[in-house]
Design a protein around this ligand. Structure first.
Ligand SMILES: Cc1cc2nc3c(=O)[nH]c(=O)nc-3n(C[C@H](O)[C@H](O)[C@H](O)COP(=O)(O)OP(=O)(O)OC[C@H]3O[C@@H](n4cnc5c(N)ncnc54)[C@H](O)[C@@H]3O)c2cc1C
Length: 373
């Protein structure tokens, strides 16, 4: 109905109508339940409409602002975040703090009405495109490491912020090093309470895990195992018994993941926190993404080694050939970003299986430690 009146809506119109994140509460979303969310997704897909580009903003910064941001912060930041007019990045990882994120050493000290931030972040996706970042910094160096961290909103154009590109092995520039040198933030940049940022970091990371769990093999983007199987079918099948075995295996993995995804999604849409189940899915899905891409390359044979060649035929299931060759290279990142597979399995071991904590250098450590918590 709305689409009939707005056949080619702008990103802002989509955002204002609540269709960018329909499950968010009003006025930002429509408090949509699982079924309504799926219906809206389907309607947008059939009208060939895409949500604005702002994966970190919409996926996990926005939900954290809804959870803990002040009313003023929500009104200032959420509308342009939803419309993609302001892109967000995540200033969490540091050279010495990835899996053990709570060990971060970027400092924020209070100076009158301002915070002064010093430190270095790394692997910051889209920092070169972003206007704002969610930032974790240590505000109480004497407190145990999970207690002295605060959560901030950092404008990327603030004096003292330097962004240096990192080119990954696909040849793309999507993440960066970010240096913070005496960066002054207003007192109002603090989200939630001082020193209580770790609780918010967990909210962010929980939403990140769910956001990375769409259907495609590359963190929810790109082709699925089903698309690969369709391609092979269209090309007349494959005789090699080992390739057939692998095809059946990746298809089965994809199907299991699809079902886990629906379960996780309906839990989140029903307002339940994404729990350890999301770790099960992430650990399986990241390896699955690598299996799909490796198989695609093997199906392509020697031709698959060419940067622009795809598996079997050039235009695979609507995906350009370069999606497969780049996807193969990018797939190495799947088991690292958003919390490594080892860390996901630690969480499953501790929280689902009730096994003792992994070996730690410091003792004792709470069960919630680790990046992907
Ligand atoms: C494509 C991509 C995009 C990213 N984007 C962002 C971003 O936008 N913002 C951001 O903040 N970060 C980002 N990251 C960083 C990412 O979150 C970290 O790389 C990740 O958390 C791992 O940290 P690390 O690289 O420091 O590895 P480390 O933590 O140093 O781990 C090294 C190895 O040790 C293993 N290991 C570590 N601890 C344990 C343990 N307790 N038990 C068993 N094994 C363990 C790990 O699994 C890994 O194999 C991105 C990463 C990638 C790949």
């Amino acid at each position: 109905m709305w689409l009939a009146d707005h056949p080619r809506p702008s990103a802002r119109q989509l955002a204002e109508a609540g269709y960018v994140a329909p499950h968010w509460p009003a006025p930002w979303g429509l408090s949509a339940d699982a079924v309504s969310q799926l219906v809206i997704d389907e309607e947008l897909r059939s009208a060939d409409l895409h949500r604005p580009f702002n994966p970190i903003g919409i996926g996990w910064a926005g939900p954290t602002l809804i959870y803990a941001g002040s009313e003023a912060q929500q009104h200032r930041y959420l509308p342009p975040l939803l419309s993609g007019e302001e892109v967000w990045c995540q200033l969490f990882s540091e050279p010495g703090a990835g899996s053990d994120l709570a060990g971060l050493s970027t400092r924020a000290r209070r100076d009158g009405d301002e915070w002064v931030v010093d430190g270095q972040k790394v692997w910051t996706s889209f920092a070169h495109l972003a206007q704002f970042g969610i930032l974790l910094a240590r505000t109480d160096p004497d407190a145990p490491k999970h207690r002295g961290v605060s959560y901030f909103i950092c404008p990327l154009d603030a004096p003292g912020v330097t962004i240096r590109p990192i080119v990954d092995m696909t040849g793309d520039h999507s993440f960066n090093e970010v240096f913070l040198d005496e960066v002054r933030l207003p007192a109002s940049a603090l989200v939630g309470e001082e020193h209580r940022g770790w609780t918010l970091a967990k909210v962010t990371l929980g939403n990140e895990r769910v956001s990375l769990s769409g259907e495609g093999a590359l963190w929810g983007q790109g082709p699925t195992a089903e698309a690969l199987v369709d391609t092979v079918r269209r090309a007349g099948g494959v005789r090699d018994p080992r390739l057939r075995q692998r095809l059946a295996r990746v298809w089965s993995e994809g199907e299991i993941l699809r079902l886990i995804r629906l379960r996780t999604l309906s839990a989140v849409l029903a307002g339940r926190a994404p729990g350890a189940e999301a770790s099960v899915r992430k650990a399986l899905a990241d390896a699955h993404g690598q299996h799909v891409m490796e198989l695609a390359l093997d199906l392509a044979g020697a031709r698959g080694l060419l940067a622009e060649a795809g598996p079997v035929i050039d235009d695979v299931g609507g995906w350009p050939a370069s999606t497969w060759s780049k996807g193969y290279l990018f797939a190495r990142a799947l088991t690292i970003g958003g919390g490594t597979s080892e860390v996901q399995r630690n969480i499953i071991a501790e929280r689902v299986l009730g096994l003792p904590h992994d070996v730690t250098v410091e003792a004792p450590r709470p069960a919630t430690a680790g990046r992907a918590t």
